[in-house]
Design a protein around this ligand. Structure first.
Ligand code: KG4
Ligand code: ZN
Length: 348
């Protein structure tokens, strides 16, 4: 079964053709880095206009020599994401489905990030799902594909967002994650005693806003009032990047290991743009003996292949979606209301 996957939840326009949920035949992306570089982040209206311009040419590119009639299913990310951006991808997919008679399904973008690491693999379940992206940071128990229980999530910034904001404070360009990783290579992780937040009675939740404020103080002075460009030396900037990255990832790794033990996870499955980070990969792999499933090359950041891949499984399990499917800017993944403490008592 050939599935066309369409992704427009935020600022990347991405399209892929995937066979039977695992064989990637094409996976093309139009990034908006030129736009983000001007504004230091995503401007939703501009992101939407760019989606409109590039989506159709990108679909043609992803199809290559193939005709649209060769496609058996159209899968699209229906959320979570920016409402305007979601509407463009979803309406495009619906129009394509309506005009060709090809069935279509809407999938959850965050679930697709986790699927990216499972594509073509057979992870043992239950697995601990770790989503680290620009918009989401959460720990989930994956009972099987399509069945998730929420263990913890961020109470404020997503991890990728914290990387982007820290980079901005250091005067580094957007997206900040790869910049921080690069600058951290020459930095001292012990130079700044940054600490991530702890949430009372929610041991698996995250809070990165305090960490961000600590970076602000380190960069701009204790009351954060120094205006203008940062006054740090190049070495100090490297040290801030290294100390921040170490503090953030140590927190994620510690909570992930604790959660995996508490809930009897047999492996860890990671997804989202932050999982590109090599420091995180080495930190986690030295800290646990559990098998780790990372997204393969080109599947960590937003992409169409993860949407097509997950769409295939959703279609097998539930059939097509109706053409009046609505976008959803927020979609809880996993049983809500059943946060860590409930799960803890059930498992202990
Ligand atoms: O998953 P993604 O492409 O989009 C969302 O769904 O949000 O993730 C983008 C995020 C950005 O915040 C970016 O700074 C971060 O992933 N990122 C990284 C790295 N590469 C991208 N964070 C840390 N280290 C990296 N190497
Ligand atoms: Zn994403």
């Amino acid at each position: 079964m050939l599935v066309l996957g369409i992704e427009t939840t935020c600022d990347e326009t991405a399209v892929a053709v995937v066979r039977d949920g695992q064989e990637i035949l094409s996976n093309v992306i139009a990034t908006q880095e030129d736009l983000q570089a001007i504004y230091g982040g995503v401007v939703p209206e501009l992101a939407c206009r760019r989606h409109c311009e590039v989506l159709l040419p990108l679909v043609k590119k992803a199809l290559g020599e193939k005709k649209l009639s060769a496609i058996d299913l159209i899968a699209v990310a229906r959320g979570p994401g920016l409402i305007g951006a979601l509407l463009i991808g979803l309406n495009f997919a619906k129009a394509l489905a309506f005009s060709t008679g090809i069935p279509f399904v809407g999938v959850n973008h965050v679930e697709a990030h986790l699927y990216a690491a499972m594509m073509g693999e057979k992870p043992p379940f239950p697995a601990l799902g770790i989503v680290l992206s620009g918009g989401h940071t959460s720990l989930l128990l994956i009972e099987k594909l399509g069945s998730y229980r929420s263990i913890g999530s961020t109470q404020d910034d997503a991890l990728g967002e914290a990387f982007d904001k820290t980079a901005a404070l250091l005067g580094l360009p957007y997206p900040g994650g790869p910049q921080i990783e690069k600058w951290a290579l020459k930095g001292d992780i012990t130079r700044y005693p940054f600490k991530p937040g702890r949430i009372k009675k929610a041991p698996y939740d995250f809070s990165f806003s305090g960490l961000k404020t600590a970076v602000l103080y380190a960069v701009k002075g204790q009351n954060g009032t120094k205006r203008g460009p940062t006054l740090l030396s190049t070495q100090e900037k490297c040290d801030v990047a290294a100390s921040f990255q170490h503090a953030a990832f140590t927190d994620v790794v510690k909570k992930a290991i604790h959660a995996s033990q508490k809930f009897g996870a047999r492996c860890m499955v990671l997804g989202g743009g932050v999982t590109c980070n090599r420091y995180l990969r080495s930190l986690l792999s030295t800290a646990t003996d559990l098998p780790l499933f990372w997204p393969k090359e080109g599947l960590s950041l937003d992409n169409g292949a993860m949407i097509a891949g997950l769409g295939y499984h959703k279609y097998q399990a539930q059939g097509a979606d109706p053409l009046d499917l609505e976008p959803q800017t927020r979609i809880p993944l996993g049983v809500e209301n059943e946060k860590a403490h409930t799960l803890c008592s059930a498992h202990s």
